[in-house]
Design a protein around this ligand. Structure first.
Ligand code: NAD
Ligand code: MG
Length: 373
């Protein structure tokens, strides 16, 4: 029985992970659960799964469980956990990713922000502690599934992108999009922050940076194509021009299960069997880069490296929160990100403190830009 710790168990990925584990009780047991909010649901989960450790990462009125950010570290380094599913949203997930890797765990990583903020530190922590990062993100899971067992000649990755709810909207209308419109993703049901990131295409920039660190490819070898049906999750091109892709109906349960079992596989009776006819016509189109400018801003931050990706991430987190609060229009998100990156002088991201400092600086700068909106 493999012990699994789930950080962020009440979120979209956290719940899907428990859904997957409910069908795999012979192979895995839940040893730790943590969540931020949603205490009522958390209580139900703890009741069902009886983990050895349960804690709340954000303080609340509850007194049943330990509270505070250290809870994430405790769960991430729990001696009975071999796999840590990091399904926390945002920069709050970084320390847990590092702690789990240093403790030699497999990190099934949904929290892409960790890798974006501190890709080199995450890689070093894995080397030092003997841990490994296995992606949960569907595009990266697709790439991993395509390259596993084919260990030479990797050339280029093309990640697919649904295009988000505003794929075909005129630029002026996108700028004024409401919160409700931004939260209406065409193919995936996810947490609010990533859903907004899909609408701005920030998510795809985060994913290119994530792919850069996971698969050790230069940015010139990483591309994006819009694929509204979300059936093909990624294309992998090898040096001889051959292309392998991974397909499936959009569901996070398959990439979650694969992150737990990689490089092996387990049968899953709960998966919707693939049917090419039901999948319908598959179409591909270029990204409208002049409308969704955050994509190129994010790629530039990735190329600049050092603290720039952490600044990109932090500016985005703050701008998205401001948008969800009604403080800025949708179009301001990418302008704020741009403004913060323009003012940033990238430094080395050699320590967690340097990354945190860049993150704080970027949030402060972004807050000023929100105020001046
Ligand atoms: P979500 O908002 O649904 O869930 C987030 C979870 O983290 C919740 O359990 C919440 O209580 C907890 N949390 C929130 N703030 C916290 C904090 N400060 N400290 C500790 N815990 C906190 O988010 P989600 O959609 O499940 O996404 C989680 C991560 O997975 C994100 O990084 C996202 O980019 C990534 N991801 C999600 C999907 C998806 O389908 N939802 C797909 C790919 C990647
Ligand atoms: Mg993804």
């Amino acid at each position: 029985m493999i012990g699994v710790a789930i950080l962020g168990s009440t979120g979209s990925i956290g719940r899907s992970t428990l859904e997957v584990l409910r069908r795999q009780r012979d192979h895995f047991r839940v040893v730790a659960l943590t969540c931020g909010r949603n205490h009522a649901e958390f209580a139900t989960q703890v009741e069902e799964w009886r983990p050895v450790f349960a804690g709340l990462a954000l303080p609340g009125k509850e007194e049943r469980w330990p509270c505070g950010p250290d809870v994430l570290i405790e769960a991430a380094a729990h001696p009975e956990a071999q796999i840590v599913v990091n399904a926390v949203v945002g920069a709050a997930g970084l320390d847990a990713t590092l702690a789990a890797l240093r403790a030699g765990k497999r990190v099934a990583l949904a929290n892409k922000e960790s890798l974006v903020m501190a890709g080199d530190l995450v890689t070093q922590a894995a080397c030092a502690g003997g841990g490994e990062v296995v992606p949960v993100d569907s595009e990266h899971s697709a790439v991993l599934q395509c390259v596993t067992g084919r260990d030479s000649g990797l050339g280029r990755l093309i990640l697919t992108c649904s295009g988000g709810p505003f794929r075909e909207w005129p630029a002026e209308r996108v700028h004024q999009a409401t919160v409700e419109e931004a939260l209406h993703h065409p193919t995936w049901r996810m947490g609010q922050k990533i859903t907004v990131d899909c609408a701005t295409l920030v998510n795809k920039a985060l994913e290119l940076i994530e792919a850069h660190y996971l698969f050790r490819l230069p940015y010139d070898a990483l591309e994006v194509v819009v694929h509204p049906q979300s059936i093909v999750h990624a294309f992998v091109e090898f040096c001889d021009g051959s292309v392998i892709a991974q397909l499936g109906f959009p569901s996070m349960e398959l990439p979650i299960l694969y992150a737990l079992t990689h490089p092996a596989r387990l049968p899953d009776a709960g998966v919707r069997r693939f049917d090419p006819v039901a999948a319908g016509p598959l179409t591909f189109e270029p990204v409208r880069r002049e409308v969704f400018r955050a994509l190129d801003a994010g790629i530039a931050a990735g190329r600049a490296a050092g603290t720039a990706p952490a600044v990109f991430n932090a500016a985005n987190e703050l701008a998205v929160a401001a948008f969800l609060d009604g403080a800025v229009p949708f179009g301001r998100i990418s302008e704020i990100i741009d403004g913060v990156l323009q003012a940033h002088r990238p430094a080395a991201a050699a320590t967690v403190e340097a990354v945190r400092e860049a993150d704080r600086w970027a949030r402060a700068r972004a807050r000023e830009l929100v105020r001046s909106t």
